[in-house]
Design a protein around this ligand. Structure first.
Ligand code: NAD
Length: 298
């Protein structure tokens, strides 16, 4: 099977590399020519745009920043649908709104093209190691057909419902990630303000009921080391919170915590931290409270 891959960023680049390692034909494109050149050097083919990639492949994986880019890449003049034949499949692994997926899937269906939304969890580490959790929405037989492709990229592949269901699971997951990260940032800052060592806080809490992915992964690998290179940017997390908040509005459900959490990330963006890892939300607390939650005090 010939696979296209569009969106060679923090996540997409290692994912495309994992597909290449299987020895299958992979054709890539991205608006960033350097990212394309890296993959071509590793053995990938390329096309000048999404349309050209679709023309030489059987299915295309998208790993793009947001819904409006996905819409452009799928349905734009030089988009995937312009080059896709009936029986082609679009596998969108970006995190977008369920409504975006349903709109794109309907356009695809008009041309006999299948559509799967398959957003992921596990970060750049999971993308590199091929251990992502993948939540797939779409027709069951289509998800089964492309399961081998998904298994190259991830460890846990769960079919969660019709088109858009994968996106819905993902926005719920990322609401929790954002809330846990903001809470861990505030709580660890309080601990240091109370005179505790950040390392001791981590050692105890990572093995206690206050633990979470934010504590277990983000504290030791980012915050305590003072390394805020993404990872998963505050801008992307903010976008995912917007998906959750908007979904709450659409469903008529008040989301008290989600709105407060979104303001934490809004504050971080206003402070110029948008391109840093989500763990950098702790800098807001550290600045106001004049403490440093680091083990490397250099
Ligand atoms: P990124 O910004 O690093 O990468 C996006 C890539 O898309 C870039 O290479 C960019 O040049 C490319 N791109 C933008 N517009 C394009 C266009 N019109 N045509 C072709 N390429 C285009 O983002 P990322 O961190 O890799 O995340 C990608 C998606 O995965 C997002 O939806 C994000 O929310 C989701 N996600 C990210 C993580 C993470 O830890 N970074 C984890 C899970 C899910």
């Amino acid at each position: 099977m010939k696979i296209g891959f569009i969106g060679l960023g923090a996540m997409g680049k290692p994912m495309a590399r994992n597909l290449l390692k299987t020895g299958c034909f992979v054709a890539v494109t991205d608006v960033n020519p350097e990212a394309v050149a890296e993959l071509v050097a590793a053995g990938a083919h390329t096309g000048i745009n999404a349309r050209a990639v679709a023309e030489i492949t059987d299915a295309v994986v998208l790993m793009l920043p947001n819904g409006s880019v996905v819409e452009k890449v799928v349905a734009g003049e030089e988009g995937v649908l312009a080059g896709a034949r009936p029986g082609f499949c679009i596998i969108d692994m970006s995190s977008v709104a369920p409504v975006t997926t349903r709109k794109m899937a309907a356009l695809a269906a008009e041309r006999g093209v299948e559509y799967i939304d398959a957003p992921v969890s596990g970060g750049v580490k999971g993308a590199t190691e091929g251990t992502l959790t993948i939540m797939a929405g779409g027709r069951p037989e289509v998800v089964e057909q492309y399961r081998p492709v998904l298994q190259t990229l991830g460890q846990k592949i769960q079919h969660v419902g019709a088109c858009g269901a994968g996106d819905a699971v993902k926005l719920v997951n990322n609401l929790l990630l954002a809330a846990n990260m903001a809470a861990a940032a505030e709580a660890f800052t309080l601990g240091v303000k109370l005179g505790l060592s950040p390392q001791i806080l981590y050692d105890v809490i990572s093995e206690s009921s206050g633990g979470s992915y934010a504590v277990k992964a983000k504290m030791p690998n980012f915050v305590l080391k003072g390394n805020f290179a993404p990872g998963f940017t505050i801008d992307l997390q903010y976008k995912d919170l917007e998906l959750a908040v908007q979904s709450g509005k659409d469903a008529g459900m008040p989301l008290l915590l989600a709105n407060v959490v979104q303001q934490v990330y809004e504050q971080a963006r206003a402070a110029g931290l948008g391109q840093e890892d989500i763990s950098a939300v702790i800098k807001l607390q550290e600045s106001v409270n004049k403490v440093s939650v680091r083990t490397n005090k250099a």
